[in-house]
Design a binder for this molecule. Structure first.
Ligand SMILES: Nc1ncnc2c1ncn2[C@@H]1O[C@H](COP(=O)(O)OP(=O)(O)OP(=O)(O)O)[C@@H](O)[C@H]1O
Length: 322
């Protein structure tokens, strides 16, 4: 558990039942079974979990959009279930489906939302930052998924919230838009905003999150900084050495097995794309480099990979599809 400094959000033992469901003979279904978490100012807190883990339900309860069955929630010091408009004006929410009116056009829509706040973000600046000028005359219903996503982020930010909730922020974004959105999130975090996001993309959590909660089956199953989670049960070989993978691109068909000792696995997953996995030491790297030098081979790209957050996540929550 991290020590709370000035949490923007704290959730203790959240329970959420839905139903009654006809598929359960009229019984209720417990979809969140005691989730607890805290999110700090000036940090990105990620809820990571497989499909159906309970991430969206947890955050919708935190935002006061769903009524909780049990547990306690404090958002900026208030209970979101009973708080009024004052709390809502301090919180920005970007939902998975955007929640934007289909016939609206981006600029008038953002201008309208800005009019609801005393100190909105200057419209032109936000529109420029998120590249909304490129589709400012298109109605919401005709926007692409990624354009809708950027507009939804602008709508969540225009009131300069103290806390920002993002549900799957990179869904549907192309690499350029994703970078743009990630840079903005990092800047807002550095400016002191508390940002809470859900994702099932390890890469998003690895790139953005200061602290990660892994949720599975409506429960907390692990938490920590990305670094702490990556240190958890690192893959070790029989001698206890940590396993790493060296990935590189080079001419196809190289006989690496002849160069490297047989304590490592060598594979060429597709022509010219190699992976060397094992308890790698400088000796392995040196053998490879000397051979490359002798043969005049310069790899087009190369990276040494330790365990990824995806490996940790699969270890914790299992490999079954949800
Ligand atoms: N009203 C409801 N009726 C029936 N089941 C529900 C209802 N609301 C949520 N659930 C179920 O609760 C579980 C948690 O849903 P939730 O949307 O919180 O998951 P999630 O972690 O956000 O998943 P995803 O990554 O797919 O968005 C799912 O199995 C979902 O089907």
């Amino acid at each position: 558990m991290r020590s709370p400094q000035s949490p923007v959000l704290s959730i203790h033992g959240l329970i959420k039942d839905v139903g009654p469901l006809s598929s359960l003979d009229g019984k209720m279904l417990r979809v969140v079974s005691g989730v607890s978490l805290t999110a700090e100012r000036g940090q990105v807190t990620a809820l990571l979990g497989a499909n159906g883990a309970g991430k969206t339900t947890t955050l919708e309860c935190a935002q006061g959009l769903q009524k909780r069955t049990g547990g306690s929630i404090s958002l900026l010091g208030q209970d979101p279930a009973t708080a009024g408009a004052d709390l809502r004006s301090r919180v920005g929410v970007m939902l998975q489906d955007g929640g934007l009116p289909p016939s609206a056009r981006p600029i008038p829509l953002l201008r309208h939302i800005a009019g609801l706040y005393a100190r909105p973000w200057p419209l032109e600046d936000l529109v420029g930052r998120l590249g909304i000028d490129a589709f400012s005359r298109t109605s919401v219903r005709r926007l692409s998924g990624g354009q809708k996503q950027r507009l939804a982020l602008a709508a969540a930010l225009i009131g300069r919230p103290e806390v920002l909730f993002l549900d799957e922020p990179s869904a549907g974004l192309d690499p350029q838009s994703r970078q743009l959105v990630f840079d903005l999130i990092a800047e807002l975090r550095d400016g002191g905003m508390g940002i809470i996001l859900t994702t099932h993309l390890m890469d998003d959590a690895q790139r953005l999150a200061d602290y990660v909660y892994i949720i599975d089956g409506g429960r907390n199953v692990a938490e920590g900084t990305v670094h702490e989670l990556l240190q958890r049960n690192p893959v070790a070989d029989q001698a206890g050495e940590h396993v790493r993978t060296l990935v590189f691109e080079a001419p196809a068909g190289l006989d690496l097995a002849a160069v490297l000792p047989d304590d490592v696995d060598v594979s060429e997953a597709r022509a010219g794309s190699y992976a060397v996995t094992g308890a790698l030491t400088p000796r392995h790297l040196s053998a490879l480099a000397q051979w490359w030098e002798a043969k005049g081979i310069m790899p087009a790209s190369m990276s040494l990979q330790a365990r990824s957050l995806e490996d940790v996540f699969l270890d914790i929550s299992g490999k079954d599809i949800r």
